[in-house]
Design a protein around this ligand. Structure first.
Ligand SMILES: Cc1cc2nc3c(=O)[nH]c(=O)nc-3n(C[C@H](O)[C@H](O)[C@H](O)COP(=O)(O)OP(=O)(O)OC[C@H]3O[C@@H](n4cnc5c(N)ncnc54)[C@H](O)[C@@H]3O)c2cc1C
Length: 284
C-alpha cells in the first residue's frame, strides 16, 4: 500500500512549527526520523492532511550538559546517543540500551523524541527515561511545560502530549559515581522488539543497593516500575533470599499483558528472570 496524499512543510523554527500545528489541528502530524510514522502512513493507519517535518529546527537538536542535568534534544538520533561521550559518562544506561534498538540503519534516523512521543511500551527509551527520572520539556501554544516521565506515559501508545504540542528535549540528572546500571532485554533475534526487558539503576554501598529504580518494558501498556521490589531491596544486604523475595514481589505487582507472539505467563516469568540477573549484576 501507499500513503494517502498529504501536504508537506518543513519549518525552520520551533514557533513556526507550533503555529502550523495549531492551524492544522488534529489533521497534522509531526515527522522526525519517520522510522515509525512512515510505516503507519503506508499502511494507512494514519492519514494526516499535512506532515510537519521538524528536522530543521535547531531548538530540538543536540546533547548538552547544564550543571547536573544532561539535556537531550528531541531530534537526537539513537546512533548519536550510542556514540556520545557525554552520554557514556553521564547516562551510561542509555549507552547500554541503544544497541538494542532495531538495527544501525534505523538508529541512524530514528530519534529520542520520536520514540518517547510514540510511547511504544516495547521501546527502550521510554523505560530508560522512567528509570533515570527524566523530565520532558514540552512546548505548546501556552509556552513551555515540564512533566516527569512518571506522568508522561499514560497508556498504550498514549502520552500526555496534546496534539498541538511538541516534545522539545528531555533533562536527566547526571549519574553519580556510586550509581550502578543494568540494561537487558530478551528478544528472539538481536534488533527485534523485546519479549521483555529491564532498565535498572541503583546506588551501591558494599553489598547493598539503595535508591533503586527497576523499570520493565514490553510487559504492559506502558513501561512499569516494580516499586515493591525496589522497596524490598532498598538498603538491604543482597543475598539469595532477598533476591527471591524481590523476584516474587515483582512478579506479583506487575500484571503482564500478552502480545501477538508471547503469553502473559511467559512475560510474567521473564520479569523474575530479568530481575534476578539484574540484581546479581548490580551487586557484582
Ligand atoms: C524495522 C524497525 C524496527 C524497530 N525496532 C525498534 C526497537 O527495537 N526499539 C525501539 O524503541 N524502536 C524501534 N523502532 C522504532 C524506531 O526506534 C523509531 O525511530 C522511533 O520509535 C520513532 O522515532 P522517529 O524519530 O522515527 O519518529 P517518527 O516516526 O518520525 O514519529 C513517530 C511519532 O512521534 C511523533 N513525534 C516525533 N517527534 C516528535 C516530537 N518531537 N514531539 C511530538 N511528537 C513527535 C510523530 O508525530 C509520530 O506520531 C523500529 C523501527 C523499525 C522500522
Amino acid at each position: 500500500m501507499k500513503a494517502a496524499a498529504f501536504d508537506y512543510v518543513k519549518p525552520k523554527a520551533l514557533l513556526e512549527a507550533l503555529s502550523l500545528l495549531s492551524e492544522a489541528g488534529e489533521d497534522a502530524r509531526l515527522i522526525a526520523g519517520g522510522q515509525t510514522l512512515l510505516a503507519t502512513l503506508n499502511m494507512r493507519l494514519s492519514e494526516p492532511s499535512i506532515l510537519i517535518d521538524i528536522t530543521d529546527i535547531a531548538e530540538l537538536k543536540g546533547i548538552s550538559l547544564n550543571g547536573d542535568q544532561l539535556r537531550i534534544g528531541a531530534l537526537v538520533t539513537h546512533t548519536a546517543i550510542e556514540d556520545s561521550e557525554l552520554i557514556a559518562k553521564h547516562a551510561p544506561l542509555l549507552k547500554a540500551a541503544a544497541p538494542h534498538i532495531a538495527h544501525r540503519a534505523i538508529r541512524n534516523l530514528g530519534t529520542w523524541g520520536g520514540s518517547l512521543a510514540y510511547g511504544d511500551p516495547a521501546a527502550e527509551w521510554p523505560a530508560c527515561s522512567l528509570t533515570l527520572n527524566a523530565i520532558m520539556i514540552i512546548h505548546g501554544p501556552a509556552g513551555e511545560r515540564r512533566i516527569s516521565a512518571q506522568d508522561f506515559f499514560i497508556d498504550l501508545y498514549t502520552t500526555s502530549l496534546e496534539p498541538d504540542e511538541i516534545l522539545v528535549a528531555t533533562e536527566i540528572p547526571v549519574a553519580s559515581n556510586d550509581q550502578v546500571f543494568y540494561f537487558h532485554e530478551l528478544a528472539r533475534r538481536h534488533g527485534d522488539y523485546a519479549v521483555a526487558g529491564l532498565a535498572a539503576v541503583a546506588k551501591k554501598q558494599g553489598d547493598s543497593l539503595s535508591e533503586c529504580a527497576f523499570t520493565f518494558f514490553s510487559v504492559g501498556a506502558t513501561p512499569v516500575m516494580a516499586t515493591s521490589a525496589q522497596n524490598i531491596v532498598d538498603g538491604q544486604k543482597i543475598d539469595e533470599a532477598l533476591i527471591a523475595k524481590a523476584v516474587a514481589a515483582a512478579r506479583s505487582e506487575i500484571e503482564a499483558i500478552a502480545d501477538i507472539t508471547n503469553s502473559a505467563e511467559a512475560k510474567q516469568h521473564l520479569i523474575g528472570v530479568l530481575l534476578e540477573r539484574g540484581l546479581k549484576h548490580l551487586i557484582s
